[in-house]
Design a protein around this ligand. Structure first.
Ligand code: NAD
Length: 290
């Protein structure tokens, strides 16, 4: 059996998997691979699967499966698994990092010091304590974020059409009921037809004036141009972002805006998460071999 590690995983994983067969990171050997391990970079399209006649199993280290053509995989009899539970804490901490970073002007404070500036008067921080956090998409990651926000003394509300109640957030029946009152809105949505561009010029009007927006879900759930307008007008006070239209983004409309804090899709990239993902990958292959 040939296992192709196509994207970045924990360095020790290759050694752990060698008991199952040969392990390679040579992408040119996809035509021989029985198992392919991917994260978000490799796109397992129809063409990719057609070029891999031995392929039987694709494992996505992480949550979103939007980089795999699931219908064609089913047609070809290629099993597809993800490691959905592993990343929740890592991504929730990333969303929290962006929320606390943007509201404390961490990016501007740091770069101004490096440039020899002292902009103490210009930078007024805002406390999270006593503020309302609105979570859109209260799944695994949204719930982990809610727990952390409660510890900071925030009121947590959420919208998720598939979640009726939660121990960690007051559920609202419509998204606008969350957007209307939240000081911070954090998106934890999968990229599906109903969520594509869900934050746009119309829904941005529903936000409280001067709210902060955080996105660690998927880039395409936001219409970036509409958000740029809202950031320029001050309707949205700040934006913390980890996810993009593509990795890396072909064009980035936020680079000139001081009230934006950006990360290069690092949500799941903690050392601890890569180890957790590695353990789950090992279990999936063990079951598969059985
Ligand atoms: P999850 O499936 O547990 O939660 C997603 C939630 O979104 C579900 O509860 C679902 O009911 C809800 N939802 C679906 N459509 C909705 C809508 N229109 N409005 C409101 N809620 C809606 O998934 P998760 O593990 O919490 O991950 C969430 C997303 O985070 C993933 O789909 C992935 O795109 C993203 N993610 C990003 C990173 C990163 O590195 N930044 C890492 C892992 C996952």
């Amino acid at each position: 059996m040939l296992i192709l590690i196509s994207d970045a995983f924990d360095k020790g994983l290759s050694g752990k998997l060698s008991k199952f067969g040969e392990v390679t990171d040579d992408k040119n050997r996809v035509n021989e691979a029985d198992v392919v391990l991917i994260r978000s970079k490799t796109k397992v399209t129809k063409e990719y699967m057609d070029a891999a006649p031995n392929l039987k199993l694709v494992i996505r280290g992480g949550v979103g499966l939007d980089n795999v053509d699931l219908e064609y995989a089913k047609e070809k009899g290629v099993a597809v698994h993800n490691t959905a539970d592993a990343s929740s804490i890592a991504v929730a901490e990333c969303a929290f990092t962006l929320m606390i970073g943007i509201t404390n002007h961490i990016g501007r404070a740091d770069s101004s010091m490096r440039n020899g500036q002292w902009i103490k008067k210009e930078l007024k921080r805002t406390e999270l304590y006593g503020k309302t956090l609105g979570i859109v998409g209260l799944g695994r990651i949204g719930t982990e974020l809610a727990k952390r926000a409660i510890a900071f003394g925030m009121t947590v509300i959420a919208f998720d059409p598939f979640v009726e109640s939660s121990d960690f957030a007051e559920m609202k029946s419509e998204m606008k009921d969350v957007l209307n009152v939240s000081d911070y809105v954090s998106l934890h949505l999968p990229l599906i037809d109903s969520t594509k561009g869900i934050i746009n010029s119309e829904t941005l009007k529903e936000f409280k004036d001067g709210a902060f927006l955080i996105n660690t879900g998927r880039g395409k759930t936001i219409n970036e141009e509409d958000l740029v307008d809202a950031l320029k007008s001050g309707k949205i006070a700040g934006f913390g972002n980890d996810v993009w239209y593509s990795d890396p983004p072909e064009t980035n409309p936020f680079t000139e805006l001081p009230n934006v804090l950006m990360m290069p899709h690092l949500g799941a990239s903690t050392k601890e998460n890569l180890l957790r993902i590695g353990d789950i990958v090992e279990n999936i292959i063990t079951e598969f071999v059985k």
